[in-house]
Design a protein around this ligand. Structure first.
Ligand SMILES: [Zn+2]
Ligand SMILES: [Zn+2]
Length: 305
């Protein structure tokens, strides 16, 4: 078991996948990030990046003496670019797999219902209950803390105000901040901590004047901040096609949060699908002038904490 927390990027794009020669350097798959912490495999979102991750998890499980895949999947929200890979996530079809699936309630609908809608017939040949894996699904909100214990199957959703919370640093703990800066029901932002290290996943959120102060507080001192930076400032405020209110940030907004929260490093995430590799490289260079320890996420990027 590795001593470090390992964060791997499998899909870094926003809105829709963009394979092709213009996107080979940063990748064209939609949002999916893997976090390995102790015995736990944590997956953040199920954009098309999760398809390749699924193959990799099955390969690793086979190499590890044909063990079943056990993973915990957190959805930030249920927009298509964060769910569209799930119907092609191969471990979900394997009877031996166990998937803990956690995410926000959307308006009055439970996570299970919204995920079912994302892959319901007639648009897809299988429904959620046709997938053979064991699926344990729970809504989570800011009132919850998720504790991942000493075995991969030990996943506990606790209420912060009603349950006694074990403070052992050996447990992986996941906290939620629900941002309303994304249409139409907001987005869950997650902070995953283990052995004194932490990563914050803040996709699909838009900045405020003088920064989102609740996010600054939530992300304070994190070793790694993964933050939405979909639009260049000039496109965000473009008079002919402004993007204000669309629920996404500029690199300036992401860097401001990183600076105010004093994070160790910043990864720009959820790239605009219309931007080619050279455009993202220029965004990355500009962002580094604002917050030095910054890079643009690309498929295959691995960060060890
Ligand atoms: Zn998105
Ligand atoms: Zn979204």
């Amino acid at each position: 078991m590795p001593d470090e927390m390992i964060v791997r990027f499998w899909g870094v794009r926003g809105s829709y996948p963009v394979p092709g020669s213009r996107t080979v350097r940063y990748g064209g798959n939609t949002s999916c990030v893997e976090v390995q912490a102790g015995v736990h495999t944590i997956i953040l979102d199920a954009g098309t990046g999760i398809i390749n991750l699924g193959m990799e998890l099955l390969r690793r499980a086979k190499d590890d003496g044909n063990k079943p895949v056990v993973a915990t999947l957190f959805f930030s929200h249920m927009h298509h670019d964060h769910t569209q890979g799930f119907p092609f996530f191969r471990p979900a079809y394997a009877g031996a797999s166990t998937l803990h699936i956690l995410g926000p309630k959307v308006f009055q609908s439970d996570l299970e219902e919204t995920l079912s809608h994302a892959m319901l017939p007639p648009s897809f040949p299988f429904s959620l209950e046709d997938l053979a894996s064991l699926k344990i699904m729970r809504n989570i909100s800011e009132n919850n803390i998720v504790l991942l214990g000493h075995t991969p199957a030990d996943v506990r959703v606790l209420n912060l105000y009603h349950n006694e919370i074990d403070s052992s640093p050996e447990l992986v703990r996941v906290r939620t901040y629900h941002s309303y800066a994304h249409p139409k029901n907001g987005v869950n932002i997650y902070r995953i901590s283990w052995r004194g290290r932490s990563v914050v996943y803040a996709t699909d959120t838009e900045g405020y004047v003088e920064t989102d102060r609740r996010l600054v507080k939530f992300a304070q001192g994190a070793d790694l901040l993964i933050h939405d930076s979909q639009y260049r400032q000039e496109d965000y405020i473009d008079t002919n096609n402004p993007k204000q209110g669309w629920g996404h940030s500029t690199p300036e907004m992401a860097c401001a949060i990183a600076r105010e929260a004093k994070v160790g490093q910043l990864v720009l995430f959820h790239h605009e699908p219309l931007y080619d590799d050279d455009t993202i490289a220029s965004v990355e260079e500009h962002a580094r002038s604002l917050y030095p320890n910054t890079c643009a996420a690309y498929e295959g990027l691995e960060v060890r904490l």
